[in-house]
Design a protein around this ligand. Structure first.
Ligand SMILES: Cc1cc2nc3c(=O)[nH]c(=O)nc-3n(C[C@H](O)[C@H](O)[C@H](O)COP(=O)(O)O)c2cc1C
Length: 182
């Protein structure tokens, strides 16, 4: 199963990338093939709208689902993550997406809700489970990594379980019932 991790921000000094790296490592531990996708490597190409930049295009074409890990900025999503969603079209279709937010008091709750509305337009299937990392700066050690990351694993189990279930079921669905526009 292939599930890339898309990180949401290019802000200098960003802290929430520690969460994205942790989630990516968890996927690899569980035997999932996963590319780590950072919008920073595409920022010279903005605006990305429908440009299908590589390797993002191929990564998503081959993916069975997607995890987005993103900070919340002003009650919404960073422009960088929206650009990455706008960059592709059919590559996302009929695949599940799980969203994990990080922030201050909100823990990224509002960015999770808002991104669900965006990804539907790309025919992705947002899952019900999510992850929230409030006061992210308090959760990091002096190296900028999550302190005691194992503490988050029990809370993330339902998230992974639901995402993997949808990834299997929708993969079979896409194969058995290829989508046609007409
Ligand atoms: C422009 C900006 C707006 C922000 N707005 C919010 C917000 O609406 N809600 C929230 O919980 N945190 C907000 N934060 C705090 C971030 O969540 C905080 O910086 C955290 O470290 C995660 O973002 P980072 O990965 O860019 O560091 C904001 C931060 C910035 C830079």
């Amino acid at each position: 199963m292939k599930i890339p991790v898309l990180y949401g921000s290019i802000r200098e000094g960003r802290k929430s990338e520690a969460v994205a790296k942790f989630i990516h490592a968890e996927l690899l531990k569980r035997g999932i093939e996963s590319e780590y996708v950072a919008p920073e490597q595409y920022k010279e190409m903005e605006p990305l709208e429908h440009k299908h930049p590589e390797p993002w295009k191929t990564i998503m074409e081959q993916a069975d689902g997607l995890i987005i890990v993103t900070p919340e900025y002003n009650h919404g999503y960073p422009g960088a993550v929206k650009e990455m969603i706008d960059a592709l079209t059919t590559e996302f279709a009929h695949k599940p997406v799980g969203i994990i937010g990080a922030g201050g008091f909100s823990g990224g709750m509002r960015v999770v809700e808002q991104l669900r509305q965006v990804v539907i337009e790309q025919k992705m299937v947002p899952i019900r489970e999510a992850g929230y990392f409030p006061m992210i700066w308090e959760l990091l050690d002096e190296k900028g990594e999550l302190k005691n990351p194992d503490q988050y694993i029990p809370r993330l189990e339902p998230f992974f379980k639901e995402l993997f279930w949808y990834a299997e079921v929708l993969k079979e669905g896409r194969e058995k019932h290829p989508w046609t526009e007409k």
